[in-house]
Ligand binder design. Structure first.
Ligand SMILES: Cc1cc2nc3c(=O)[nH]c(=O)nc-3n(C[C@H](O)[C@H](O)[C@H](O)COP(=O)(O)OP(=O)(O)OC[C@H]3O[C@@H](n4cnc5c(N)ncnc54)[C@H](O)[C@@H]3O)c2cc1C
Ligand code: FES
Length: 321
């Protein structure tokens, strides 16, 4: 396993909401300010308690001498979820006054993200982090391709800033089902190209010095088709040598798997952020097992997406058939 960015420091912090903007019908950009937060790296994530600040913390259920526990505590009956929910860091800014601004891009899919969508400026939420191992910027690779599907674009925004600071030339590939569900703001003066020709069409990537290719399943913006296909078309056309390139990706696992195949065939190092279902987020519950190649009789072993990942090298993963 490569030496990926990680931090042993983590804690629970109160975060004040400074903005929660709806980017499209499904996605919001949440800005949080914290008086302190340990160093973090792109690809790491936080667990957010999706419950009102001051709401009673989950309590243990009494186990009766006979029969089963009877859930009745208010926190179990509320629609607010019991478990914290994991979200990738989409950005971080360390302010001159010592405060830290964190950015989260979230997609509304259930009670936790419903709760986040309703947060107003001034609200306080509890953040546990930073968690997991992030992307590692490869010094010998001067070019970077970022490939994100849907809300998987979020950690790549933070990564684009780190790659820019490391003087890498970046091109981002961002995919969504449709233009209206893309968690990015498009430039009206420079619309996405219909062919995989990177331009400054995505405001968030352009602000980090990265050109972008947009792909939509329905062809409503940019290249029609899946985002890894757009990347593959670009790779076939680009004059840049494969030896200069590193690929970093996050999104649905089918997309990551297809991308891993493309990169393996082309001999390009590829790091994938897996967004598995998680409970504790810290390696305790063992609920987020990932199969990786290992020197065992079976040829593989389990690792934990929350602790050993969520970022893995594509060539260390064993995909389930
Ligand atoms: C490391 C990591 C980083 C993540 N980063 C982001 C992010 O930046 N932005 C974002 O919007 N979401 C992100 N997610 C997913 C996010 O955690 C879930 O969408 C969220 O927990 C859903 O909570 P909920 O209560 O709203 O919905 P739930 O009721 O918990 O789930 C609603 C639906 O979403 C599905 N779902 C829940 N979690 C996942 C998951 N991990 N992968 C696939 N499907 C899931 C459930 O199966 C269900 O169908 C990340 C997940 C992980 C593990
Ligand atoms: S989420 Fe509990 S061990 Fe990974």
């Amino acid at each position: 396993m490569s030496d990926r960015a990680t931090s042993r420091l983590r804690g629970i912090y109160q975060a004040h909401v400074t903005a929660n903007d709806r980017i499209c019908p499904e996605h919001y950009r949440l800005r949080l300010v914290l008086s302190q937060f340990p160093p973090s790296a792109p690809g790491q994530f936080v667990n957010i308690r999706c419950a009102r600040a001051g709401a009673p913390a989950p309590a243990e259920l009494p186990w009766p001498r006979a029969g089963l526990p009877r859930p009745g505590q208010p926190e179990l009956l509320r629609r607010e979820p019991l478990l914290r929910r994991p979200f990738s860091l989409a950005g971080r800014r360390d302010r001159a006054d010592g405060a830290i601004e964190l950015e989260i891009v979230h997609r509304v899919v259930g009670p936790g993200t419903d709760f986040l969508a309703a947060l107003e400026t001034g609200a306080v939420v509890e953040v546990l982090g930073p968690l997991g191992r992030g992307f590692s910027v490869l010094p010998a690779r001067p070019r970077a391709a970022l490939v994100g599907g849907g809300v998987g674009i979020a950690p790549l925004l933070y990564l684009a800033g780190a790659l820019r600071d490391a003087d890498k030339r970046i091109v981002a590939f961002a995919g969504a089902r449709s233009a209206r569900l893309l968690p990015l703001r498009l430039n009206t003066e420079e619309p996405p190209a219909r062919q995989p020709r990177p331009n400054m069409c995505a405001q968030e990537f352009a602000a980090r010095g990265a050109a972008a290719v947009i792909a939509t399943d329905d062809g409503s913006a940019g290249v029609a088709g899946l985002v890894h296909e757009a990347f593959q078309q670009w790779l076939q056309r680009t004059e840049q040598p494969a030896e200069a390139l590193a690929v970093y990706a996050c999104g649905p696992e089918a997309m990551l798997r297809a991308l891993a195949d493309i990169c393996t065939t082309a001999g390009i190092p590829c790091q994938l952020a897996l967004e598995r279902h998680m409970a504790c987020g810290m390696g305790t519950c063992q609920g987020c097992a990932v199969k990786v190649k290992a020197d065992t009789p079976a040829g593989w072993a389990f690792r934990l997406a929350c602790k050993d990942g969520p970022v893995f090298d594509a060539d260390e993963l064993v995909w389930e058939s």
